[in-house]
Design a protein around this ligand. Structure first.
Ligand SMILES: [Zn+2]
Length: 674
C-alpha cells in the first residue's frame, strides 16, 4: 500500500507523524521576520532568506536526525498524547475497553523492569519454531506464519484494491525482504554506503551473539545472511522502476501464478496466508521467479538463519536494552542520530503505529476543532474550483482529455480530521508483554486486512491515524485525506490571514489534488482504475512538460557529490508546483489577495510564499539527507521551497526577482504543468 500512497512527507518513523495541539495566541506572528536571514537575497536562495536565522537558532537535538517545523509542533502533540496514555495507564480500566488497550499497551512498553528481566525470553517461541524447520514445506509454512505476525520476510504481501478493478480487493505480492532501506546499499561501494553496510553487518553479528551464538558462528552467519539479502537485492527493481504502475501490474490467475512459483503449491500457499482467491497481482514477476529458485537452491540452514534474522530485526526494539542498543548502533550509522529518543516517546510512537485509531479517538475528543473541518472544506472547494478553471484553460490539453480530467477532479472524495467510522478493535487482546502486544496488534491488522477479500471495498477507511502530521492522495479511491494532525500551525491557523493559510495548508491541498494528475496519478481514472484516459498526443505533451521538471531537479546538488533524483521525486515535484500555482490563484480570489495591504511589513503575495518556505524549514544531518536522496520520493526541504518558486512568475513579481538572481529561470526553461 505504501507503494501507492502519495503522501506529503515520507513515513519514515512513527514519530514524525504524531500530532500536536498548539494553543492559539492572538498576538502570534504567523510569519516572523526574526527567522529570516536578511543577508540572503530572496531571489538567490529564498529558503535561506525565509529560514536562515531559524536554522541557526535551532540546531538538531542529539535525539533527532532532522529538526524542522514538523518536529517543533510534534513536541506539543507528544505531550498531549503522553497525558492521554498516562491517564489511561494509571487507572483501572474495564477489561477490553479501548482505554484499557491503549493504557496497557503503553504500560507494557514503559515497564523496563519486566522487559530487562525477560531478556530474550519473548523470542523463544519464534526461535524454537524455526529450529524445527527441516523441509522446504516447513520453510513455506514459516514464511506464511511470519507474514501473519507482521514480520513480513522475503516479499511484501497485502490485500488491497485491484489497480484495474478498484471495486474489488485482491491478494498482492511485491518485492521485499531486505534489511537495509534500498537495494543500492548492497552493491554500491562509495564510502558512505560502506560505512552503513559495515554497521548493518555488525548489527546482524551482534544480534546473533545476543541470542547465544558464539562470536565465530555469528560472524559466519552474518556473511550468509548478507549474501542471501544481496541476492534478493540483485533481483529487485529500482525505486524509479517501481514508479510505473503499468509495468508493476501483473494479473495472474492461479494456474499462471502456479507456473511462476513451480516449487510451491500456489493454492495452498494462499490458503496458508488466509487469502484464497482466484487470482493475484504480482508486482515484479522476475523477483518471484528468483525466490522460487531460491527455495530449492538455498540450503535449509540458510533459510533458517534468514528467517531468524527477520524475527530478530523486527523484535529488537521491543526487547531488553542490549537488543535496543544494538539496533540503535545501526540506525545511528544510517541516520546520523546521536542518541536514542526518550523511551516514552518511542513507546508512544509504537502505540500510535499499531492501534492509532484507538489513541486517535481519545485524541480527537480533546484536540480536534470542528471549525477547522468547516474551514478546510471551504478551502478544498475553493482550490477545486480554481483547479477546474485552470484545466479548462490549459493550452496543451485536448478538449476530450480535459473533460475526463474534470470528471476525475469532481469525483475526488474528501476526508478531513478523522474517520466517520472507527475501526473495531474488540477482538484485539492487549496484555503485559510489550513484544507480544506488538505481535498481537500485527496479527489483528493482518486478519482485518485479509477479511476484506470477497467484500465490497470500504471507502470510509483511513490509511493514516488522526494524530498524523501528514496528508495523502490515494489513487485507488481517488481521495484526498487530511488527518487532524496537519490542521495546525505552520500549515493552518483559524486566526491567521488568508495569505498564510493558502501558502500553507492551501498549497498542501493543491499538492494532494495534483497527485491525482502527476506522472503516476494521471494513469488512474475517476473510479480509481488504472486505465489510460489520455489521448496519445496529450500524454506526449505531458511527458515533455514534466521532463523539464526532471531536468530541473536533477541539477540540485546536496552534500558533496549527491544530486536530487529528478525521476524519483517527479510526482512530488509536480505536486508542489501544481499545488502552489492552484493555491496562489485561489488566494488571489480572497479580499486579501486583491489588496496591497501589508501585515508585519509584507504584502499578501509575499506572505503566501513565506508561509510555504516556513513549512519546509529544517536542519538535517548529512547521513539522513544522503539516505533520503536514495529512498525518499520527496526532494529535500530547500528544493521543495526554491524549486517550484523558481518556476513561478508570481514569485518573481512578489520579491522582485530578475535575470541575474540565482533562482531566476528564463521563460523558456520554466516548468509549468497545471
Ligand atoms: Zn505528495
Amino acid at each position: 500500500m505504501k507503494f501507492k500512497l502519495l503522501a506529503l512527507i515520507i513515513m519514515c518513523n512513527c514519530f514524525s507523524q504524531i500530532q500536536f495541539s498548539l494553543a492559539q495566541n492572538a498576538s502570534k506572528k504567523f510569519i516572523d521576520a526574526a527567522n529570516f536571514d536578511m543577508t540572503s537575497r530572496p531571489g538567490d536562495n529564498f529558503y535561506k532568506y525565509a529560514n536562515g536565522n531559524w536554522q541557526k537558532n535551532n540546531p538538531i537535538p542529539a535525539t533527532e536526525s532532522r529538526w524542522g517545523s514538523f518536529n517543533e509542533l510534534q513536541e506539543f502533540n507528544l505531550d498531549a498524547c503522553k497525558k492521554l496514555l498516562e491517564s489511561a495507564a494509571s487507572k483501572h480500566q474495564k477489561k477490553g475497553s479501548f482505554l484499557q488497550k491503549i493504557g496497557d499497551f503503553y504500560k507494557s512498553g514503559m515497564d523496563t523492569i519486566a522487559i530487562e528481566k525477560a531478556g530474550m525470553t519473548p523470542l523463544l517461541p519464534f526461535l524454537e519454531r524455526i529450529n524445527k524447520i527441516k523441509t522446504k514445506e516447513d520453510i513455506i509454512n514459516e514464511i506464511a506464519e511470519q507474514h501473519k505476525e507482521g514480520i513480513g520476510p522475503l516479499f511484501s504481501f497485502y490485500v488491497y484494491q485491484d489497480d484495474k478493478n478498484s471495486a474489488s480487493v485482491v491478494p498482492q505480492f511485491q518485492q521485499g525482504g531486505l534489511g537495509m532501506p534500498d537495494k543500492d546499499y548492497y552493491t554500491k561501494s562509495d564510502e558512505r554506503t560502506l560505512k552503513i553496510r559495515n554497521a548493518y553487518k555488525d548489527y546482524i553479528t551482534k544480534m546473533f551473539e545476543l541470542i547465544g551464538t558464539s562470536p565465530s558462528d555469528a560472524a559466519q552467519i552474518q556473511g550468509r545472511i548478507f549474501e542471501f539479502e544481496k541476492s534478493l537485492a540483485s533481483k529487485s527493481s529500482s525505486r524509479v522502476e517501481l514508479r510505473d504502475p503499468v509495468k508493476n501490474y501483473n494479473k495472474l490467475e492461479i494456474p499462471k501464478f502456479q507456473s511462476l512459483l513451480t516449487n510451491i503449491n500456489a493454492n495452498d500457499f494462499l490458503t496458508k496466508l488466509g487469502a484464497s482467491y482466484h487470482y493475484v497481482l504480482v508486482g515484479q514477476p522476475a523477483f518471484f521467479e528468483a525466490i522460487n529458485t531460491k527455495l530449492v537452491d538455498t540450503p535449509v540452514e540458510d533459510w533458517k538463519i534468514y528467517l531468524k534474522w527477520n524475527v530478530l530485526r523486527k523484535a529488537s526494539g521491543y526487547l531488553s536494552d542490549d537488543f535496543v542498543k544494538t539496533q540503535f548502533n545501526y540506525s545511528k550509522a544510517l541516520s546520523g542520530q546521536k542518541e536514542q529518543k526518550e523511551r516514552w516517546k518511542r513507546v508512544l510512537g509504537v502505540v500510535d503505529d499499531n492501534i492509532g485509531e484507538l489513541l486517535g479517538q481519545e485524541y480527537v475528543k480533546q484536540h480536534f476543532k470542528p471549525e477547522a473541518k468547516k474551514r478546510m472544506l471551504e478551502l478544498v472547494d475553493n482550490l477545486a474550483r480554481v483547479f477546474e478553471k485552470r484545466i479548462k484553460g490549459l493550452d496543451w490539453m485536448s478538449e476530450s482529455t480535459k473533460k475526463k480530467a474534470e470528471l476525475k477532479l469532481h469525483a475526488f472524495m474528501r476526508k478531513i480530521g478523522y474517520p466517520d467510522k472507527w475501526r473495531d478493535y474488540s477482538k484485539l487482546h492487549i496484555g503485559k508483554v510489550y513484544w507480544e502486544n506488538v505481535v498481537a496488534a500485527n496479527k489483528f491488522s493482518y486478519q482485518y486486512m485479509v477479511k476484506k477479500l470477497n467484500r465490497p471495498v470500504d471507502r470510509t477507511e483511513w490509511l493514516m491515524s488522526p494524530p498524523t502530521v501528514n496528508a495523502y492522495y490515494n489513487p485507488s479511491l481517488n481521495e484526498i485525506v487530511f488527518p487532524a494532525g496537519i490542521l495546525q500551525f505552520p500549515f493552518f491557523d483559524n486566526a491567521a490571514d488568508d495569505a498564510f493559510n493558502y501558502g500553507g495548508i492551501g498549497a498542501v491541498i493543491g499538492h494532494e489534488m495534483t497527485h491525482g494528475f502527476d506522472d503516476q496519478g494521471r494513469q488512474y481514472d475517476a473510479q480509481g482504475n488504472l486505465s489510460d484516459w489520455w489521448t496519445e498526443e496529450d500524454a506526449a505533451k505531458f511527458k515533455a512538460k514534466t521532463d523539464v521538471v526532471v531536468q530541473q531537479f536533477n541539477q540540485y546538488k546536496v552534500l558533496d557529490s549527491l544530486h536530487v533524483n529528478g525521476e524519483l521525486t517527479l510526482g512530488e515535484n509536480i505536486a508542489d508546483l501544481g499545488g502552489l500555482s492552484i493555491a496562489y490563484e485561489a488566494f488571489k480570489n480572497t479580499p486579501q489577495g486583491k489588496s496591497e495591504e501589508k501585515i508585519d511589513g509584507f504584502t499578501g503575495d509575499q506572505r503566501f510564499f513565506l508561509a510555504w518556505a516556513q513549512v519546509w524549514r529544517q536542519n538535517i544531518r548529512d547521513e539522513e539527507l544522503a539516505n533520503r536522496i536514495v529512498v525518499d520520493p520527496h526532494s529535500p526541504g530547500e528544493f521543495r521551497t526554491n524549486g517550484p518558486l523558481s518556476n513561478m512568475p508570481e514569485f518573481y513579481k512578489a520579491f522582485n526577482v530578475r535575470s541575474g538572481y540565482r533562482l531566476w529561470r528564463p521563460d523558456n526553461e520554466r516548468a509549468k504543468v497545471w
